[in-house]
Design a protein around this ligand. Structure first.
Ligand SMILES: *Cc1c(COP(=O)(O)O)cnc(C)c1O
Length: 485
């Protein structure tokens, strides 16, 4: 036996570690509190990028130095979504309490696959709160996931298994007595196609139904597609209603879809990654009426609850079906009546076994702020989007490209007589110059064949003056580009 002292990853000097940890917190406070003074985004310079590319480190480096390098080369070039003028794609803006909670969760270190721990009890509590926000009964179940894509996947897996007409877990999809069809609007998020592919059903099993001028699913076309499938021997399995479409924020007619699904005995799923949480917003909650009648809902705390990435959630009305889709225990993972392995096993409700303590950042920020604050912030973003739409409408150089039912504004700089490709080139250039200047960060999209800038105001730091600046910059850049600059 060797007499060599054992090694550990713990600091050799805890006092030194403590001092650095305090400095990291001090830097973090400065970083977040001064966010408005910096640009939204900037390109990572080539030399900085190159400095990151080094061979696998063999030798130790002091943590002081490692942190200093991270600050200079990594943390200096963030996405920018915590900035008040970030409105690209669809992010949350994070929150400081959530960031502290992520640190505390990592210190706690629990694995949320299961376990008789405070962390697991918190996970259950947060899922119960999210159920309550959605108006689901206590008997429903749910699981925290990495994000909305995974939350939708969990729900669609349960829907597939329940609607299959065969034990899919045992027999596999090749034994389906009839092909299954899922329906969503042509505005549905791409994660649903990925889910169909991953679930072995194939992308063709997802029927994308046309949306109308309001970008909501055409209910008559949906009904016709269902009848045509039945006549052709295909089994209508699930309607995926979108509550807050990624392009425009459109909310499908949940009431009508609920009634249709009840009548046709089809699983009613709501992709509420953007809009489900509107149910806690006092001014706008009516927009998602009937979400509480769904068989399943996917939502994203890392969007309108501003939970630092990542946190999604799937909620399933029928707990037994949810458990039935995922429960499985190796002989090394028996649930016991007492001790650490007592109680419900969280991994029985999803794909993942080892899971992080995502619940804490949601739990702490909801406790701290109260759910009412989050609801008001959702209303605030929706009001800001209406304000922005008014700014667009009041300038003849700009054109609103879609209705603004919630917090997403699609618009473009117009050019009389120009064709679509010239308009696309112009607005694309405006967007890129805005991003590169660091002044504001919109993204772009194409709605019903027409390209436009897209501003998704999912940001608790945005003020109306930020939107004033956005519009004046878009106009300045449009004029400049057309002027030949
Ligand atoms: C964001 C979004 C998703 C995907 O969620 P992630 O958290 O990014 O995985 C799914 N559906 C809709 C409508 C979304 O907006």
């Amino acid at each position: 036996m060797s007499n060599k002292p054992e090694e550990t990853l713990d600091p050799a000097d805890w006092e030194e570690a403590r001092a650095l940890a305090h400095k990291i917190i001090d830097d973090a406070v400065i970083h977040v509190s001064s966010i408005r003074d910096r640009g939204v985004w900037r390109e990572m310079p080539d030399d900085v990028r190159a400095a990151l590319r080094v061979p696998l480190p063999e030798e130790p480096t002091s943590l002081d130095q490692v942190y200093d390098e991270a600050r200079r080369t990594i943390l200096a070039y963030p996405m920018g979504n915590i900035h008040p003028r970030f409105w690209g794609w669809y992010m949350g803006a994070g929150n400081f309490t959530g960031a502290l909670a992520d640190f505390i969760a990592a210190v706690d270190g629990s694995n949320l696959g299961g376990g008789n721990t405070g962390a697991a009890a918190t996970d259950r509590q947060v899922v119960d709160w999210l159920k309550e926000m959605m108006g689901f009964p206590a008997s429903a179940s749910g699981t925290l996931t990495s994000g909305g894509s995974m939350a939708n996947m969990v729900a669609l897996t349960v829907a597939r298994n329940v609607m299959a007409g065969v034990d899919v877990r045992l027999e596999g999809v090749t034994s389906l007595p009839q092909p299954l069809r899922f329906y969503a609007s042509d505005q549905a998020h791409s994660c649903h196609q990925k889910a169909m592919e991953t679930l072995g059903l194939g992308s063709r099993s997802l029927c994308l139904v046309a949306s109308g001028d309001d970008f909501r699913i055409d209910i008559n076309a949906l009904e016709a597609a269902i009848q045509a499938d039945r006549a052709a021997g295909v089994k209508p399995a699930c309607v995926i209603a979108t509550a807050g479409a990624t392009n425009t924020g459109a909310i499908d007619d949940l009431q009508a879809i609920a009634a249709l699904c009840r009548r046709e005995k089809i699983w009613f799923h709501v992709d509420g990654c953007i809009g489900a949480l509107i149910r806690i917003a006092p001014q706008n909650r009516h927009l998602v009426d009937a979400i509480e009648t769904a068989d399943s809902v996917a939502l994203d705390p890392h969007k309108w609850l501003h939970t630092p990435f990542e946190a999604g959630c799937a909620i399933i009305r029928d707990r037994d079906s949810h458990f039935g889709a995922f429960n499985l225990h190796g002989e090394y993972l028996e649930i016991k009546p007492r001790g650490l392995a007592a109680g419900e096993f969280l991994a029985d409700y999803g794909f993942e076994l080892s899971r992080g303590f995502k619940a804490l950042k949601i739990w702490m920020s909801i406790k701290e702020q109260g759910v009412g604050k989050f609801g008001r912030l959702i209303d605030q973003n929706i009001e800001q989007a209406a304000y922005l739409a008014d700014l667009v409408k009041s300038d003849p150089r700009l054109e609103l490209m879609a209705p603004v039912p919630i917090n997403i504004v699609c618009f473009r700089y117009r050019m009389d007589g120009a064709d679509e490709s010239a308009l696309r080139a112009l607005n694309n250039e405006i967007m890129l110059r805005l991003q590169e200047s660091g002044v504001a960060l919109p993204s772009d999209t194409t709605v019903h064949g027409r390209h436009c800038l897209r501003v998704a105001i999912n940001n608790h730091r945005t003020r109306r003056e930020d939107l004033d600046l956005l519009i004046s910059e878009v106009i300045r850049l449009g004029d400049e580009i057309l002027g030949g600059a």
